[in-house]
Design a protein around this ligand. Structure first.
Ligand code: BG6
Length: 480
């Protein structure tokens, strides 16, 4: 495995700790070597030091031991290289050849503009042939045109079957559990359609601000950073038809149909269907925090929050709003999918119970904890002299309790093993990325053409007040 951008933030926080986790459980192929590469002119000792300090910082103490760190370090080498410096790429390829003892997986954990040049340099030096694969981090570009350019450039070196586009949400246990819930149970499918579902909400809330990533984030914003990829992938998994098999082509064929069924949001309807926001000064976890512009040091029109009302225009979902929202500096870190069923067609209960009646809901919570909750109506205990009362109760499946012995893994552990084995079911195909960009581009262009700029919201709140009217218009409320 060769990791480009091996000294970067993602590598230190997620990739190296994932490799540690897999190595500590003997899950990596015995002969697998790990080669780090980046522009930094580090020697072997310098990189080993970076790996060791990263593991110290980002692997929980209870899972870490010195002997395992040492044995992982024995697998690891470093070779500086830069995609635009051909001599350095030649040296990198020589190093890969010297270490190679089977297939090679390249992981591009760099800015996307380097994917094309790096892949083409590998091909030019004969290092992109049979038995090699490449993993690409999101975002693939910043709009449809740049995504096509990157995909074209990478395709000159690797064919699609050997390209693994990462969306780390697909590596999360909870996201795969959504697939298990839908297709491992007979219970839900008969209800999983517009006849029985009134609305779907997908929320990815973060309490953090831009965390020193201002340069990247200000060019990107919530739409490109989160919605184009993570939220649309979740939407696909909720809305797709049952694939015939849990394998790459079948699953991805169903996801692309959902993306292509999304009703366009553009200049004509963007002001009623979307709410961009940007946090101003406020409080996060009880601590005063500055606004986005203050953090950046200059004013900006980048959205740190977005809420949308999406529609999947097909037979299954006709008329069901899919509300999507994501943002930085929200009140809590929570990723959840909420499915609200329709009301009972007729209430047999008169008196106060009629007002107690709530529609059933299914909550699939992915973060911070994994939980599935079914909201049902139940009789409130009592003798009912004033009439029967109902209360909403939750059937709650808490995975931490149920699977208490399972270690909480980093999404990349799963994704790395799948890519090593060549299984791309949980990776994003070219057409999916491009269809997602096409849909998102129309919204971004719509904001520009309609002169919409992000509305302020105080840090620590659920976005601008217009977010409430977005759902209120159809008689819905956000689940909070
Ligand atoms: C990344 C985004 O893809 O996902 C970040 O670039 C975001 O801005 C992160 O913070 C959220 O991931 P997770 O796994 O913490 O929900």
């Amino acid at each position: 495995m060769t990791i480009f951008g091996a000294t970067g933030d993602l590598s230190r926080r997620m990739l190296l700790p994932s490799l540690y986790g897999l190595h500590s459980e003997n899950l990596l192929p015995q002969r697998m070597r790990i080669l780090g590469t980046a522009r930094s002119e580090l020697d072997q000792a310098g990189f080993s030091h970076l790996v060791a300090t990263s593991l110290n910082e980002f692997v929980p103490a209870a899972q870490r031991n010195d002997a395992t760190v040492r044995s992982l370090l024995e697998r690891i080498d470093y070779q500086p290289a830069s995609a635009d410096d051909d001599a350095s790429m030649a040296s990198l390829v020589a190093k890969v050849d010297a270490l190679r003892n089977g297939d090679v997986l390249y992981h591009m954990s760099t800015a996307p503009k380097f994917y094309g040049p790096a892949c083409q340099a590998l091909a030019a030096h004969g290092a992109a042939g049979a038995g090699t694969r490449v993993m690409l981090e999101k975002p693939i570009g910043k709009d449809l045109a740049s995504a096509i350019a990157i995909n074209d450039a990478v395709a000159k070196a690797f064919d699609e079957e050997r390209i693994f586009r990462t969306d780390h949400y697909l590596g999360k246990e909870g996201v795969q559990n959504l697939i298990a819930l839908r297709f491992g149970n007979a219970l839900f499918e008969p209800l999983w359609n517009a006849r029985h579902i009134a609305q779907v909400q997908i929320t990815v809330g973060e309490t953090v601000g831009v965390e020193g990533r201002g340069d990247y984030y200000d060019e990107s914003g919530a739409m490109r950073d989160m919605l184009q990829n993570h939220l649309l992938q979740l939407l696909c998994l909720v809305a797709m038809e049952p694939p015939a098999r849990f394998e790459p082509t079948a699953v991805r064929n169903e996801k692309i149909k959902v993306l292509r069924s999304l009703r366009a949001i553009n200049a004509s309807n963007v002001s009623t269907e979307s709410v961009p926001g940007q946090y101003s000064a406020g409080a996060s976890n009880g601590v005063a925090v500055p606004g986005y512009a203050e953090e950046l040091g200059h004013s900006s029109r980048t959205e740190t929050f977005v809420a949308l009302r999406a529609h999947v225009d097909n037979w299954r979902w006709s008329g069901v709003p899919f509300y999507l929202r994501t943002g930085k500096r929200l009140p809590s870190r929570s990723t959840e999918i909420y499915i609200q069923f329709r009301k009972v067609p007729y209430s047999i209960f008169g008196g106060p119970a009629a007002a107690d009646m709530q529609p059933n809901g299914l909550l699939i919570r992915l973060q911070p904890e994994e939980r599935i909750e079914m909201e049902l109506m139940s009789k409130t205990p009592g003798l009912d002299r004033q009439g029967l009362r109902l209360s909403q109760v939750a059937l709650d499946l808490d995975f931490h309790e149920e699977f208490a012995n399972a270690r909480k893994r980093i999404a990349y552990e799963r994704l790395y093993l799948d890519a090593i084995e060549g299984n791309s079911t949980l990776f994003v195909r070219r057409d999916e990325t491009e269809a997602a960009w096409q849909w998102v581009d129309a919204i971004l262009d719509g904001w520009r053409d309609a002169g919409m700029v992000p509305k302020p919201y105080p840090a620590g709140t659920w976005g601008p007040s217009a977010t409430v009217s977005l759902v209120d218009r159809l008689g819905h409320t956000w689940r909070e």
